[in-house]
Structure formats: C-alpha cells, structure tokens
Ligand binder design. Structure first.
Ligand code: IMP
Ligand code: MG
Length: 369
C-alpha cells in the first residue's frame, strides 16, 4: 500500500502487465507508421514514461514533441481557445501520433482532435496506455490502447494524485476506505450459504469461499493449486501458508466492490492473523466475525431433512452430523475468542425464516458500514 497526501492506494497493475500494453501499442504503431516519419506528440505530464517506451521501440525516422494542453482567454465571444503548449513547429501535412497516459471521459481527447484538425495535419492517431471504457463519453475512436481498466482512480507510471505518484513503477488504485469485510461462520446446516448469497448482493461484497478458491486453483492448475494438490494427493493437510497465499491472491485480484465475505476462512489463529495482515496491506481490515447460532438439535433435524434430497452421505447419518457440529465448535471456539477480544464478534440467532435471519444479519452489518 502507498499513501499519497491524504489517500491510500493499493497495488493494481504490475510492471509486467504494463509492459505487455507497451509492447502491443508499439508493435501497432511500428506497423502503421513504418515509412511515414511520424511526429510523436507526448501529452505532458502523465504520458512521459509511456511516450519514452513507445518511442524507444519505433524503428523508422520520427520526430518527438512533448506538449501540454493549455488555454487562453479568447477575445470577444470566442471564449477559451485551447492550444498545444510546447509545440515548436507546424504540424501541417504531418503524420501525428498523440501519446496519452489515460483516456477517461474523453474531454481531453476531444480538445486534441479539434486542435489537430485546425492544424491541418495529414493524419493523426491516438495512443493511450490506459482506457476507461465505462467512463468514456465521446465517440472519437481511440486507435491504440495499452489496456482497458475499470472505472477506478489510478496512480503510478506517470499518473499522479495531486502531483504525487508519477514515479511509481507500477500502478496503484485508490483504496475504497469504507470496505466491509465479514468473516462468516456457522455450523453445518446453519444456512450460511443462503445468507452469504443474499448479503453479497445487498452490500455488493465479494463472496470468497475457501472451498471454491481451492477448487478453482486446482482445476486451473495455478502454481498454488499444484502445490495444494500435491499435499492432498498424499492425504496430507494443505499447509496454512498455501491456503493463505491463495486467499491473498483472490483478494488482490478482485477490483471494485465494497468488501468481502470470507467463508470457511480463517480456520486457525495463524490464518486469522495472516488475514489481518494482508487486509492491512490492502488498506483495510476485518470488520466483524458474524456467526449464525443454531441449537444443535435443530441443526441435526435440518441436516437429516436435507439428507433426504441432497444425496450427501454426510447428511444422512445422525452420528456423522453430530460429529461435524462438534468439530465446528472445537475449531471455531478459539477464533470466537480471537474476534471477541477485538470487539468484532457478532452472534446472530439463526433460527427462523430466511428473511427473518437476513434482517437480523443486516441489522448487525449496518452498524459496521
Ligand atoms: P479525460 O477525462 O479523458 O479528459 O482525462 C483527463 C485527465 O484526467 C487525464 O489526462 C489524466 O490526467 C486525468 N485522469 C483521468 N483518470 C485518471 C486516473 O485514474 N488517475 C490519474 N489521473 C487521471
Ligand atoms: Mg493527461
């Protein structure tokens, strides 16, 4: 995490990903302008790094200009007139490649278009490293795009927040300061899955189920998935460090949203401490541990009922069910203490209709938001 002035930013786009965007744009410009002696117009300040990288990769003859979009008061009725500050010679009849760092609403692009047309260039193309399609309001085509990004405010690699951050070698995005991160607990049969789905939609949270994350990594043969599988194949428990790294990657990859619901994690104090640590790296923290509380006898009844149709053999046998419930309490007791100590434990009555239970959960969560 980095702090610039009053705001916190978290890692978003790596140098390697930025390089892929640079190579892509450079290859396209080389192909289109090979024998056209283009004039590169780097738009200051943000585009200085990207412009340097693209221009370095250009194979033919070219000229380079760095410009700033500026305006002066027009006289009479003309209003503000925009011009390119720093332009040293006429662009008339030239082949121009504008190099921008980012296209957001497209207002800047529209001004550039107007100026270049009035300069009577032969042709011009626009290259940008980053493009926010969800924010773009114009219809001018953008010829070369390094990568499309969601509508987040970013800094680094030339881009600034109030003057700072341009020197960062990778891109960071503004941290959502009001994230709500819930660790959801509940014994088997408590209705955790049902409630997680409702809460996820209501609060725009990302539901991270450890089981799903494991299955995804193993199925897609990620490095961590392969490691985990090696342990599982030998009938051994997957070490905490691997589980933690998978969850961490999941949190890092996700963008937008108001926070997370962790389901099936943490299971140990070591995991709870690791969760604390990597959420802190993201500039956030666990808001609460919420546990659905249901009397054992009701759980047994519910699971036996579910076993009649679910086909899950572990739902069919009362002894197995009671054992699973016992394991849950043994496992979570220590985590309950961990979060109680921080005043973050909320026990919610999990008996009633789905709507009644949802209402109780919302009441607890609304206090956190
Ligand atoms: P426009 O909205 O496309 O005209 O973009 C205007 C300018 O806003 C860009 O040239 C950048 O200087 C700045 N800008 C837009 N989005 C971001 C961002 O996410 N981080 C930093 N600057 C941005
Ligand atoms: Mg700019």
């Amino acid at each position: 995490m980095v702090q610039l002035h009053d705001l916190k930013f978290t890692p978003f786009i790596s140098e390697a990903e930025i390089n892929i965007g640079i190579e892509k744009v450079a290859a396209q410009i080389n192909a289109d302008f090979e024998n056209k002696t283009p004039v590169f117009l780097g738009v200051l300040n943000g585009a200085f790094l990207f412009a340097a990288e693209v221009i370095k990769r250009f194979k033919g003859d070219c000229e380079v200009n760095f410009v700033k979009l500026s305006s002066y008061e027009g006289t009479g009725t003309t209003g503000n007139v925009e011009f390119l500050m720093g332009l040293t010679s006429s662009l008339k009849g030239r082949n121009v490649v504008v190099i921008e760092d980012i296209v957001d609403t497209g207002n800047t692009l529209e001004s550039l278009d107007r100026i270049l047309k009035s300069e009577e260039v032969n042709l011009y193309k626009i290259a940008t490293l980053f493009y926010k399609p969800a924010s773009y309001k114009k219809s001018l085509p953008i010829d070369y795009v390094g990568m499309e990004i969601p509508n987040d405010f970013i800094v680094g690699y030339g881009l600034d927040y109030d003057g700072l951050g341009r020197n960062l070698t990778q891109v960071y995005k503004l941290k959502n300061s009001k994230m709500t991160n819930i660790v959801l607990f509940g014994p088997p049969g408590a209705g955790k899955g049902t409630q997680a789905a409702v809460l996820k939609d209501h609060y725009n949270l990302k539901h991270i189920s450890t089981g799903d994350v494991f299955r995804y990594n193993i199925k897609n043969e990620t490095e961590l998935g392969k490691l985990a599988k090696a342990y599982m194949d030998k009938g051994q428990l997957v070490p905490d460090s691997i589980t933690i790294d998978m969850l961490k990657a999941e949190v890092r990859q996700s963008n937008g949203g108001n926070g997370f619901i962790f389901d099936g994690f943490p299971r140990t104090v070591a995991q709870a401490e690791a969760l604390e640590e990597f959420l802190q790296e993201e500039g956030t923290q666990v808001s609460a541990m919420i546990a659905l509380e249901v009397d054992d006898e009701i759980l047994v009844e519910r699971l036996l009922e579910r076993g009649k149709t679910s086909g899950r053999p572990d739902d069919a046998n009362e002894l197995v069910i009671r054992k699973r419930i016992k394991v849950y309490y043994e496992e979570t007791a220590i985590l309950k203490q961990f979060y109680l100590k921080q005043d973050k434990y909320f026990g919610i009555n999990g008996v009633g209709s789905i709507q009644e239970i949802t209402a109780r959960l919302k009441e607890a969560i609304d206090q956190l938001v």
